[in-house]
Ligand binder design. Structure first.
Ligand code: UT7
Length: 330
């Protein structure tokens, strides 16, 4: 039994935050942001809405696309670093919003690697024959944890998310999730984190005063790790499956920085048209980047049934990984 993606969709909020808007908020400029990151604008969700709003919108679009009723779902997995609340899971909010009455669900916190960790997790439940329809969602409302006075982070992140429906397939041409290689390197935790709000530093006047409820990052450290780790793991998965750059129809990379994406693609021996890039429109939506990019690539017909796709990512943890799949949709 193989796990195949039978539907993919995404949602981004309407509200746009441009580089020109940021010029008025911090000491930066459009030219610097574009040349150092490739980002032109990002989306911002309304203050009174949580990540589940994005997640449910994306999931509903997949249910519609695949003609699936919400009560057919067996499981909902939400990858996010910005849950509506610490307890309960964002999956609980999504289940309620969808009225998915026959399922269970949970969240995965693996930062920017969350979506592919969730995809691989969901694939196990399909491959064992335990479940038939799983909604896998990656979504984040990064604007909730970004300090818009910190130019080191505020220009990078945005809000958005996407979802896929995972189902079993017995087709002879072996479509769907083929392989994955994932890593967790906890020594990297100090370079990218949001320190307060958990059990180590519960919310207090002090944590608020010290701005500990915002994302902190050491950009340079992350940049280096991202290029090395994302290329290594992507090349490894190609070698392991006896594939070369020529065999890959599309790389769907985590959209964190255009320079990182270009460096990884070059090391993998890929040409520009083999890489899905949409960072200029949305920035880094954390767990959202990959399903949004996959959904837009599908809309643009950048892949067909039977094509090899590699998804590659890195994120806070440090987490990293590559997932290889044979595209199953026409
Ligand atoms: O999902 C993971 C999330 N995180 C990441 O992916 C972060 C990865 N890292 C990066 O994307 C990059 O390191 C940044 C975009 C964060 C920073 O780019 P950089 O090329 O590493 O810049 P830098 O910190 O080395 O700064 C270069 C110059 C400095 O000026 P001088 O010393 O060369 O005169 C900075 O003061 O650019 C200046 N600078 C800025 N200028 C305008 C730094 N930040 C800005 C800014 N606007 N926002």
């Amino acid at each position: 039994m193989r796990a195949i993606i039978t539907g993919v969709g995404h949602y981004v909020p309407d509200n746009i935050l441009t580089n020109q808007d940021l010029e008025k908020m911090v000491d930066t400029n459009d030219e610097w942001i574009i040349s150092r990151t490739g980002i032109k604008e990002r989306r911002i969700l309304d203050k009174d809405k949580g990540t589940s709003y994005i997640a449910a919108k994306a999931a509903k679009s997949v249910l519609e696309q695949t003609n699936t009723a919400a009560d057919e779902l067996d499981l909902i997995i939400v990858a996010t670093s910005t849950p509506n609340m610490l307890v309960p899971s964002t999956a609980a909010f999504v289940q309620n919003e969808l009225n998915a009455t026959n399922c269970w669900g949970f969240d995965i916190n693996a930062a920017c690697a969350g979506f592919i960790y969730a995809l691989a997790t969901a694939a196990q439940f399909i491959e064992t024959g335990k479940h038939n329809k799983i909604m896998v969602i990656g979504a984040d409302k990064m604007s909730a944890i970004i300090n818009y006075e910190d130019r080191n982070t505020c220009l990078i992140f945005g809000d958005g998310g996407g979802a896929v429906l995972l189902e079993p397939s017995n087709e002879e041409d072996k479509l769907g999730v083929e392989d994955y290689i994932f890593h967790l390197e906890g020594s990297g935790a100090k370079y990218l984190n949001m320190p307060a709000g958990g059990s180590l530093f519960p919310a207090s006047h002090e944590t608020v005063d010290k701005k500990m409820h915002y994302v902190f990052q050491d950009g340079k450290k992350i940049f280096k790790y991202a290029v090395t780790e994302m290329s290594d793991v992507s090349i490894k998965i190609m070698e392991k499956n006896r594939l070369t750059g020529k065999d890959i129809k599309l790389l769907i990379p985590h959209q964190a920085n255009l320079r990182i994406i270009n460096a990884v693609a070059k090391k993998m021996g890929l040409t520009h048209d083999q890489v899905m890039i949409n960072i200029e429109k949305y920035g880094n939506t954390t767990a959202g980047t990959i399903p949004i990019a996959m959904s837009e690539a599908y809309e643009k017909k950048m892949m067909s049934k039977g094509d090899w796709i590699i998804i590659s990512t890195f994120g806070a943890g440090f987490t990293s990984g590559s997932l290889l799949l044979k595209w199953a949709l026409d």
